[in-house]
Design a binder for this molecule. Sequence first.
Ligand SMILES: [Zn+2]
Length: 175
Amino acid sequence: MLSAHDISRKPGEMREHTLTIPAPARWGEGIVSVPAGKELNLEVRLESVHEGILVSGTVDTEYEGECGRCLREIAAPVEVEFQELFEYPGQEAADFEVQDDHVDLETLVRDATVLALPFQPVCQPDCPGLDPVTGERRTEPASEQDAPVDPRWAALQNLTDHGSASDAARDTEES
Ligand SMILES: [Zn+2]
């Protein structure tokens, strides 16, 4: 809740606020979310217009959860812009209304934040994920691990095998 008392009904007036408040609840239903109590750093601008108070600003916070591929715990910053017109109460109900010269930012900031959360979060862009057979975390990207050995390297491997075989044969002859 932010007071707009001093600019209410005074079109052209503007106030800026910087505030840090804890998230009032867990925001987000996916595999990552902003946990309750996480700091929300808000830069908010309130502008008085004829119809009400135009609220705009940014929220800067952090989400937590699991990598969608390897299930490792992750946390990353998220910064989102928001803007909404809070209308003065009138005959028609509006989604956002100025109430007792106050604007309630919670729904606005929550919705903007939740929309900005990644749908498929990863710990790193090329996270190799889990091995489908063992369920262990892979250490190499799947594409490289699954690729067959380059035939030229396979040929070299044969040479090496031959070499050691003949070495062994020579050792036998010498003894
Ligand atoms: Zn991962």
